[in-house]
Design a binder for this molecule. Structure first.
Ligand SMILES: *Cc1c(COP(=O)(O)O)cnc(C)c1O
Length: 428
């Protein structure tokens, strides 16, 4: 048998990069043990939810057509509600992505004249057109729903005075994005989200607090729905799909709000009653079952990346030692060449399409060209090892995913190798 270093060499990793990576990994044992504790807790939480709801083989049967009486679909929604400790959930393959899930949650629960407030700064890029921050056909703005925003303070804290001043009689829904998205602000911990919700509800008790939970699921032992969020929203091709869900989104929350969401997703009157699942229920259940361990792998990969790049002098968010609240790792590579080389390395490390070379392109919904690296089993899945970077200042790359830590680790080593090969980084 070849030793590991030789095998890595055949896979394009030089002796120097291998040695550097191993020295970094050696220092991460304690961090990884901490993650293991969270994973164990979350695995039991998911298992308990499945047992309590009596998931059975019949849940995996396919429905077609209208999809009336889809036992597996209805029970999966109960399982999600149990996991998130909410009254109800909407979990559907007809929800095409995270942006769609968020759009449903926002549009279903606002009416003309209402205002949406983001007290944590600009929301995720694709939501700009949904809300109408950037004009778009069919935006909420076109329906007379206005938007207000309060940025985080310079030091990353909430601007409580600004938030208090922004809440008015029209404020219907407060949207809180947990993850940093394409920004370099820190991700919010569930605890901080809880403080913010408490503050908002003290000012206006009936305001709906919605959390964009994308990339945050199972990173901590509690979710925003455990600290007062009325709705939590996310994508099944991120954390909660465990890499196996081929499509879908979820909204978990208060019964009345979820009913509104179902009426918006399908039609008034039909709501949750329709929506065939075409045989994918098994993957949605199994993916959820694996989600805690898959999320942990991605998290370990992110921590490994932070430590690799921080010690080489790059600005990384989160930094090498701070606590984690989502699986995204931002690395500011400072140059377009750096972003491209990093993404080339991630691509070259993939199990699928490793021979393809990624290039920046004009992606719908984004305001700058974006380069994306992904060789995923599920197209566009970002719980699988993937990286993307908008081609604009500060030239940061956002790295996430890894169904296994071993793969995430290799991807990061391969990215570093690409930077070294192109003369962008020197290890000596
Ligand atoms: C990914 C993401 C979204 C949008 O999800 P898509 O599935 O890409 O539409 C929204 N918000 C955050 C924070 C995200 O990470």
């Amino acid at each position: 048998m070849k030793n590991l270093e030789e095998l890595y060499k055949e896979m394009g990793i030089s002796k120097e990069v291998f040695a550097y990576a191993m020295s970094i990994e050696n220092g991460l044992k304690e961090r990884f043990e901490k993650i293991q504790e969270t994973t164990t807790y979350n695995q039991m939480k998911v298992l308990k939810a499945m047992q309590e709801n009596q998931v059975s083989e019949a849940c995996f049967a396919a429905t077609t057509g209208y999809g009336y009486n889809d036992l597996g679909r209805d029970k999966l929604e109960d399982v999600y509600a149990s996991v998130f400790h909410t009254e109800a959930a909407l979990v559907r393959p007809q929800i095409t992505c995270g942006t769609h899930a968020l759009t449903i949650a926002l549009a279903a629960n606002t009416r003309p004249g209402d205002e949406i407030l983001s007290p944590v700064g600009k929301p995720y890029d694709t939501l700009e057109e949904v809300i109408g921050i950037r004009p778009s056909k069919g935006s909420l703005a076109e329906y007379g729903i206005t938007y207000a925003q309060v940025d985080l303070l310079e030091n990353g804290e909430f601007d409580f005075d600004g938030i208090k001043a922004a809440i008015n009689e029209r404020t219907k829904l407060v949207t809180i994005q947990r993850s940093k998205g394409y920004q370099t602000r820190p991700t919010l911990s569930v605890e901080r989200i809880g403080e913010l919700i408490k503050f908002v509800k003290e000012i206006k008790p009936d305001v709906i607090c919605m959390v964009d939970n994308c990339y945050g699921e199972f990173v901590e032992t509690i979710e925003p729905s455990d600290v007062g969020a009325d709705m939590v929203v996310g994508s099944l091709i991120k954390n909660p799909g465990g890499g196996l869900a081929p499509i879908g989104g979820y909204i978990a929350g208060r019964q009345d709000l979820i009913e509104m969401c179902a009426y918006r997703l399908t039609t008034p009157g039909l709501g949750k009653e329709v929506g065939a699942t075409l045989g994918i229920n098994g993957s949605l259940y199994q993916g959820l079952f694996l989600a805690p361990t898959v999320t942990a792998s991605a998290l370990k990969g992110a921590i490994f990346a932070a430590n690799i790049y921080e010690k080489l002098g790059f600005h990384v968010v989160p930094n090498s030692t701070e606590s984690r609240h989502d699986i995204i790792q931002a690395v500011t590579l400072k140059t377009p060449e750096g972003v491209i080389a990093f993404c080339e390395g991630i691509q070259a490390a993939s199990p699928v399409d490793s021979h393809v070379v990624p290039e920046p392109w004009e992606m719908p919904g984004y305001d700058a060209d974006v380069i994306m690296a992904a060789g995923a089993f599920v197209s566009g899945s970002s719980i699988e090892l993937s990286a993307d970077g908008p081609m604009k200042e500060p030239y940061a790359v956002y790295f996430q995913g890894g169904l296994t830590y071993e793969h995430a680790r290799f991807g990061i080593m391969r990215s570093l190798q690409q930077m070294v090969n192109k003369g962008l980084v020197s290890l000596s």
